[in-house]
Each structure stands twice: as structure tokens, then as C-alpha cells.
Ligand binder design. Structure first.
Ligand SMILES: Cc1ncc(COP(=O)(O)O)c(C=O)c1O
Length: 453
């Protein structure tokens, strides 16, 4: 464990040794030109793209020195540009950044003869740290970990593990879900979340509104061996779908059913894990122990890192697959991951997500009470909350959401949207958010929405 020391958020003054070249001065017009001409699939949230030149804790600064409080970026769980993560990665990059392929070959010797070798220690320390956060595995055989580079890769691999283990193909997801960007995942993503028309193939979606019975029916399929589920995958609070919490018992009942059918349960904790919901894992509240947990986004606090933790029996089933990721779990990534875990503990961020989440939630609920014609309800958990705006009955999308987001931005608050009708304001700030920042956000959201919605 790292020893505790005061947190410094002063700019890093690292000595660059190898004659680093300075970045050319930024020209907004030039960047905009490149964006418009050469990046067709890269959409931005605002008509006038926000050019951020610096980010610290929960505050973003744009190229003109304007500051914004960030209620959107849930990657930077411990705060933007955290010196502890930057220093850990920097120090490791100067020692070694060998790929995992090499790591796996030298590891046994390093472990035996040279325990202080940073290469082996970091990846294994990180794996141990992840496992220490897991509940006891239901079969007592323990957990295995695969380190990858993103949430998409983690979910893709989880689906592959479930298919190989069960010998089945069908993956069941929940309507309005988002699990990533690979072509395998696009088979199960809801097209309302991605805009990509999913060719559902043998995969299927359970509709939450129709309740547990309907989800069980989707899982049962037509009773043939072919329609038996390989896996059921769920975000433990649905993100892109609008920060929507499952009804009590929903996940428990559906997970039990999947297990009775011989399928694998996958909890996608890419957004909800690592304290976001006021518990370390989102699934803790639901009283379930998934067979596979996937993670990404905040686990590197901005450094690309993802992981799959699965019951060891499942990992054994794909032992011969010789899985290999050049960068997955490389030493700098493991250094970032360890620094993030230590910082979550050091700054007591899980409890902070619960207390600040309760503060934000009570403010949002007051808005619903005061302006019931504008705001409908609040959903989510911890610092992962959704404020649902009322949608005019004939509208498919909330007609004023783009203007609302823009005006919040003009008042220094960055927010995101979600929900099937683009009608949910999503709140998922860094967990170090302060009370006065939340208070300012509530004021802006109230004034802007009451004026525009
Ligand atoms: C719940 C969930 N799972 C997986 C992903 C994919 O993660 P990434 O974009 O890092 O590949 C996302 C991304 O938004 C997500 O929200």
C-alpha cells in the first residue's frame, strides 16, 4: 500500500528528459476545420465544440480561460489531472512499458527471483487489488482477471467467455442499453442508444417496463436448446438509457433465472463501478453476485484501461484461447489503476459519492416538487443521477434538450443527456465534487429548464 500523504493538485512540474518538443500554439479555427473536414464520425455535444485546454478536479477551462463545472465526465472519478495518477504513470513509463505478451513470458522468473521487479509486481498487484474488491465467489473457486484497454473490449471479451463456457450463442440484454462499440456488442446494443441499427441476430432485448416476467420470457426463448441463453448482461444502473435504476429485486430475480437456465450473468460496471453509486460496485445494492464483472472508464482516471473479472471456472474454459492484448495491463496502465484505487481509498470517495449524491438528489427532488410541469422524477444512485424532464406527448425527442444543454454550458455547467426521448439530464461528476459546485449546478438547471422547457 502507498503511504498516506497530503493530496496535491498543483500543476505537475515533471522534468522531461529527452528533449520533448512543445505543442504548437492552438488555433481554434484550425482545429475546427480539421474536425469538420476529417472527422465525420466524431460528433461533439455542442454545435460550437468546447475546446478544453486544462481540467483540474471538477473544473474544466477552455481556450479562452472560461471555467466550467464538470457534471458529465465520469471517467475522471477521483478528479481531473490527478497528480498521483500522473506521477505513477510517468515514473513507470521511465522504467518499462513492455507489452503483456512479454510480461506473461518473463513473469514466472521475475516472480521467483526478482520480486521487486516492477514489471511483474504492478500487473499482479493490480489484479490482487481488483480481486480484493470482489465478494466471495459463489463456488469458492475464486476470481480470474483479464486486463484490457477499454469498456468495449471488456464486454466483448465477457461475451466471448460466456459463449465459450456455455457452448451457446444467445446473449440477452436490456432495451436502451449501451455496452460499447465493437461489432459483437452492436448486436446487443439498443439502436436507440447508439444510432447504429443493430442486426439483432440471435440476440435479444428484455424490456424493463414489462417487468421481471417479460424478461424471464425473453430469456426462456422458445424452449429449444438453440435459444437457451449464453448470458444476460446488464448495467447495474442504466447509463445512456437515462441513469435509470432497476426496480428492487429486478436484477436478483432475473439473475437467479439466468443461473437456473445455465446461463452466465454479466454485470457491466463500466459506468457504475468504483464508487460511483455510493457503493464500490453497483451490483452490491441488488444483492447479486455476477459470474462476470466488466469495468473500464474510471478505473484508469483517463488512462486507457479495462478489466474483466470472472469466476475462475469460466476463465479455465478459455484457457486454450491464448488471449492476448498488446497493451492490456501493461505496466503504466497497471500503475494508473493502482494509483486510482489508492486514491479512492485515501480520499474516501465511495462514502463521498453517497453523501454528495444524497445532497444532489435532494436538490433535484426539490426541483421536481417546485416545478412539476417541467421536471418529472429523479432516478439513479449515488453520484449517478438522472433528472427526467417532461416530454410533450407527441414528441419523440425532448424538443428543447439541445438548447438546455447549451444554455447550462453558457452558465458554466457541463451536463449530458440520455433516455429514449433524450429527455434526461445526466449527472455524473467526479466524486470530488464540492457542495457549492452542486449548489451552483442546481441553480443553473432550475433557471435554464424553467425558462426553456
Ligand atoms: C455501460 C457502458 N459499458 C461499456 C461502455 C464502453 O466503454 P468504452 O467507450 O470505454 O469502450 C460504455 C461507454 O460509454 C458504457 O457506458
Amino acid at each position: 500500500m502507498r503511504s498516506a500523504r497530503p493530496v496535491s493538485h498543483a500543476p505537475l512540474r515533471l522534468q522531461l528528459r529527452f528533449g520533448a518538443t512543445a505543442a504548437p500554439p492552438l488555433s481554434y479555427d484550425k482545429l475546427r476545420q480539421t474536425w469538420e473536414n476529417h472527422t465525420r464520425s466524431l460528433y461533439t455535444f455542442f454545435d460550437e465544440p468546447l475546446l478544453i485546454v486544462e481540467a483540474r478536479r471538477a473544473v474544466l477551462t477552455d481556450y479562452q480561460g472560461r471555467e466550467y463545472i464538470d457534471f458529465y465526465n465520469n471517467v475522471h472519478q477521483i478528479g481531473h489531472s490527478d497528480a498521483r495518477v500522473a506521477e505513477a504513470v510517468y515514473a513507470q513509463m521511465l522504467k518499462s512499458s513492455l507489452s503483456t505478451r512479454f510480461l506473461s513470458e518473463v513473469t514466472p522468473r521475475c516472480m521467483r527471483y526478482c520480486v521487486s521487479e516492477p514489471l511483474s509486481c504492478l500487473a499482479f498487484s493490480y489484479i490482487d487489488a481488483l480481486i480484493s474488491k470482489m465478494p466471495e465467489s459463489p463456488t469458492g473457486k475464486g476470481w480470474s482477471v483479464f486486463l484490457v484497454n477499454s469498456g468495449s473490449e471488456a464486454n466483448d471479451l465477457a461475451m466471448q467467455i460466456a459463449r465459450d463456457y456455455t457452448g451457446r450463442q444467445r446473449i440477452v440484454a436490456i432495451e436502451n442499453c449501451y455496452h460499447g462499440i465493437t461489432s459483437a456488442i452492436n448486436e446487443i446494443n439498443s439502436s436507440s442508444s447508439t444510432g447504429i441499427s443493430a442486426s439483432k441476430g440471435s440476440d435479444a432485448s428484455a424490456t424493463l417496463e414489462e417487468g421481471v416476467a417479460s424478461s424471464k420470457a425473453v430469456l426462456d426463448g422458445d424452449g429449444t436448446a438453440e435459444s437457451a441463453p449464453a448470458a444476460f448482461i446488464a448495467e447495474t444502473v442504466q447509463g445512456v438509457g437515462g441513469n435509470v435504476d432497476w426496480p428492487d429485486e429486478y436484477l436478483k430475480e432475473v439473475f437467479d433465472h439466468v443461473q437456473q437456465l445455465g446461463g452466465i450473468t454479466i454485470a457491466d460496471e463500466v459506468q457504475t463501478g468504483f464508487g460511483r453509486c455510493g457503493t464500490f460496485w453497483g451490483f452490491e445494492r441488488d444483492g447479486v453476485i455476477p459470474d462476470i464483472v466488466t469495468m473500464g472508464k474510471p478505473i484508469g482516471n483517463g488512462f486507457p484501461l479495462g478489466a474483466v473479472v470472472c469466476r475462475t471456472e469460466l476463465a479455465e474454459a478459455i484457457e486454450d484461447a491464448k488471449l492476448f492484448s498488446t497493451f492490456g495491463g501493461n505496466p503504466p496502465a497497471a500503475a494508473a489503476g493502482l494509483a486510482v484505487m489508492a486514491a479512492i481509498e485515501e480520499d474516501n470517495l465511495v462514502a463521498r459519492a453517497a453523501s454528495m449524491g444524497a445532497f444532489l438528489r435532494s436538490g433535484l427532488e426539490s426541483l421536481c416538487d417546485e416545478h412539476p410541469h417541467v421536471f418529472e422524477r429523479v432516478t439513479g444512485r449515488g453520484l449517478f443521477l438522472g433528472l427526467h424532464l417532461r416530454v410533450p406527448s407527441a414528441a419523440k425527442k425532448h424538443p428543447h434538450m439541445p438548447a438546455i444543454l447549451q444554455e447550462c454550458l453558457d452558465h458554466g455547467i457541463v451536463l449530458g443527456k440520455g433516455g429514449i426521448h433524450s429527455h434526461v439530464l445526466r449527472f455524473k461528476p467526479p466524486l470530488c465534487i464540492e457542495e457549492d459546485q452542486i449548489y451552483r449546478c442546481l441553480q443553473v438547471v432550475r433557471d435554464v429548464c424553467v425558462k426553456l422547457a
